[in-house]
Design a protein around this ligand. Structure first.
Ligand code: CMP
Length: 239
């Protein structure tokens, strides 16, 4: 596994910091302090940026590229907790409670990152209430997502879970719900706790039923509601 990273270089611009949701509402004087302590880092695809169990040293903001947050067992079986895209941050949990990293974070494409070391992050937090509030809002949002995932794992069959995940990942584009980010069937399977083969079967069926169409490599959802399973017995039996 490639864990090599390029030499960091210092100094994001204020324009860049303004474009990151975590820094929304923070006055320029505070952003200038953050710009002084944050540095850029570029990592290639499949780099493990953060490894579960490691001690915590930094917070990361994804400027471009994408990453997945995952946990795996001794047999190498993986569960993907979430996918991260530009503007999102990770590595805050260990910095806030002092525990080791809770999960792996792996680059799924080349990533441009902004890195803030633990001491600098804690100092920025202590000096800026808006930053604390933005972080708290993100944590609440993640808790809501985790609650919804627990609910769908407990109450939905694979058919419903696939449909729900497609809806969750779709974005409104001029009235159409489009999945813009690259989502493999393997990733979907690892996010909903099903086999890849089962996900393929369910997706084929959903497409045949006109629930979504694929255009130019993008999935366009036609109906934003969870369809009922055509054969819940078959679907539920395969996890
Ligand atoms: P930390 O525990 O320091 O390192 C792993 C990071 O993965 C963690 O901080 C969070 O930033 C991120 N992470 C863990 N679980 C989730 C989740 N359910 N949703 C989004 N991000 C997560």
């Amino acid at each position: 596994m490639n864990t090599q990273v390029e030499q960091p270089r210092r100094g994001p611009s204020l324009i860049l910091l303004h474009s990151i949701p975590m820094f929304a509402g923070i006055p320029d004087s505070q952003l200038e302090q953050i710009a002084k302590v944050a540095f850029h880092r570029r990592v290639s695809r499949q780099t493990t940026i953060v490894r579960a169990g490691d001690s915590t040293d930094s917070l990361y903001v994804l400027i471009s590229g994408s990453a997945k947050v995952l946990n795996s067992d001794e047999d190498g079986r993986e569960v993907i907790l979430t996918l991260l895209g530009p503007g999102e941050f990770f590595g805050e949990m260990g910095l806030i409670d002092g525990s080791p990293r809770s999960a792996d974070v792996m680059a799924t494409e080349t990533c441009e990152l902004l890195v803030i070391t633990k001491n600098d992050f804690i100092r920025c937090l202590s000096e800026n209430f808006d930053l604390c509030l933005n972080i708290m809002k993100s944590l609440v949002q993640r808790l809501r997502e985790a609650d919804r995932n627990i609910e769908s794992l407990a109450l939905m069959d694979v058919y419903g879970r696939v449909a729900k995940l497609l809806i969750d990942f779709s974005e409104d584009e001029r009235g159409q719900y489009v999945i813009k980010r690259r989502l493999t069937k393997q990733d979907i399977a690892k996010m909903i706790g099903a086999s890849r083969e089962m996900v393929s079967r369910v997706m084929k069926d959903l497409e045949n039923r006109g629930y979504f169409k694929v255009e130019g490599g993008r999935i366009i959802i036609r109906e934003k509601s969870i369809p009922s399973s055509p054969n819940s017995q078959t679907v539920e039996s395969d996890k």
